[in-house]
Design a protein around this ligand. Structure first.
Ligand SMILES: NC(=O)c1ccc[n+]([C@@H]2O[C@H](COP(=O)([O-])OP(=O)(O)OC[C@H]3O[C@@H](n4cnc5c(N)ncnc54)[C@H](O)[C@@H]3O)[C@@H](O)[C@H]2O)c1
Length: 320
């Protein structure tokens, strides 16, 4: 059985990936320092509590498992925090990743799948956003991810690194069995927040701005189900195993939904009513962000299954 290192496998997306890898016949080896992840979310494969920046211990892990590839989800990803504490973000997301890449080189492991983000694009010039869209991130979080994308290009040329970059738009949804959940603390993602309001766990849900240039005035985002994201990663492993060249892919489901639409859908799915308060715009929120994912469909043969936002929300409500 091939071992695949899943850095950040105790987190929201990583824990779903670990399950999918295991069901697909790989042995996932989670490497996680549990800074934002949960030990009990790692239900399959091996677990090593370790920081990716710890080159000595990471070296031992590579010797022990001789991984055929590395999937790298381990990062900090709160935009607001990255503005207040850029050093924390550059240290973990950039230095940590450089150390991980260095450990891979030392152990002749040359397949790498990287979790990047729509935040590398900044304010969109056009929609939907394809891979060629200018990359001008407007916050330190986005810049840390763009730096690594550029590092990967240079390492591919100089050292023959084989990599795939996936830029996620808004990851959403849960494993339908209810085994795995989104458990960020603090939670900043819209769907889990609205579901908390529907469960009566928060007094109201705040809508930041209703005067954007969108059909109902609230921000529009592209929500991609976590299972569809993980399926793309699995296709990425196969692509690299088949000798595919380094590539970058935007992953979204291609449809935008407004904040108001999400709130209305959660009310519909849950049958619950709750307070909605409109507040002022937040700095740096673009009106709309929608992905163009045709490249992933064409090259990887990837096809998202959760197209309907109601189905995505149901997976969260059902297991909430
Ligand atoms: N969730 C989204 O909507 C979204 C969107 C775009 C990109 N991403 C990217 O996807 C990845 C996963 O996101 P998530 O939502 O699952 O986040 P998460 O916080 O739930 O998971 C990250 C995991 O990485 C671990 N980790 C962090 N730094 C580490 C280190 N130095 N060493 C070892 N482990 C470390 C954490 O403990 C956690 O388990 C991140 O890289 C994030 O930037 C997420």
């Amino acid at each position: 059985m091939k071992n695949i290192i899943v850095a950040g496998g105790a987190g929201y997306i990583g824990s779903h990936m670990v399950k999918m890898l295991s069901l697909a016949g790989f042995n996932p080896v989670t490497v996680d320092n549990l800074s934002t992840g949960h030990r009990d979310a790692v239900l399959y494969g091996d677990f090593e509590e370790c920081d990716i920046a710890d080159s000595v211990r990471m070296g031992r892990i590579f010797e022990k498992y001789n991984p055929s590839a590395v999937m790298h989800f381990a990062a900090f990803s709160l935009v607001g925090e990255s503005v207040e504490k850029p050093e924390k973000y550059y240290r973990n997301n950039v230095t940590g990743t450089l150390n991980l890449l260095e450990t891979m080189r030392r152990h002749a492991c040359d397949r790498f799948i990287f979790s990047s983000t729509a935040a590398v694009f900044g304010n969109p010039d056009y929609l939907p956003i394809d891979e060629k869209h200018p990359k001008e991130p407007v916050n330190p979080y986005g810049r840390t991810k763009l730096v690594i994308e550029q590092v990967l290009g240079d390492y591919a040329k100089a050292y023959g690194l084989k990599y795939v970059v996936f830029r996620y738009f808004n990851a959403a949804g849960h494993d339908e069995s209810g085994q795995l959940k989104e458990r960020h603390s603090p939670e900043t993602h819209l769907i889990p927040l609205v579901v908390q309001a529907a469960k009566g766990e928060r007094a109201h849900i705040a809508v930041y701005g209703n005067d954007y240039d969108t059909p109902d005035g609230t921000c529009v985002r592209d929500y991609i189900h976590v299972i569809d994201l993980c399926a793309a990663h699995l296709a990425g492993v196969k692509y690299l195993e088949d000798g595919g060249a380094p590539e970058d892919f935007n992953l979204g489901n291609g449809s935008g939904f407004s904040v108001k639409e999400i709130i209305d859908k959660v009310k519909l799915v849950s049958g619950m009513d709750f307070k909605v308060k409109t507040e002022g715009r937040r700095a740096g929120d673009p009106a709309s962000l929608v992905a163009h994912s045709a490249k992933a469909r064409r090259i990887l043969g990837w096809q998202p299954e959760y197209i309907d936002i109601e189905d995505i929300i149901k997976t969260v409500w059902k297991t909430a």
